[in-house]
Design a protein. Structure first.
Length: 99
């Protein structure tokens, strides 16, 4: 149920945001990602987001907030709750984007 909601959010996003999300999932989707030092993981994901325009960064952050709020309201626990992290449930240990 949560995954359907998340997928609908992503499907409704602009093409640039969908492409960035897919790129993040591709980068973070391999188990090897977790053997990379945390700072380097953050830089890898942040580079994808930084390539977006300001408007698309805002859109991505808004989708992230909506998904997290939805998952919290349903009391979705981890690991399903991590589906609410649009920046990659596999982001690994807290890469946080700041505006």
């Amino acid at each position: 149920m949560s995954l359907d909601y998340i997928n609908n959010l992503i499907d409704g996003a602009s093409e640039e945001v969908r492409n960035a999300y897919n790129e993040i999932v591709q980068i973070t989707g391999t188990p090897d990602f977790y053997y990379i030092p945390k700072k380097q993981r953050f830089i890898m994901v942040n580079a994808v987001v930084e390539d977006l325009s300001g408007q698309h960064q805002d859109e991505l952050m808004e989708l992230n907030l909506k998904a997290k709020k939805y998952c919290r309201s349903l009391n979705v626990d981890t690991p399903p709750y991590t589906l609410g992290n649009i920046l990659g449930s596999r982001l690994g240990n807290g890469a946080i984007l700041t505006k």
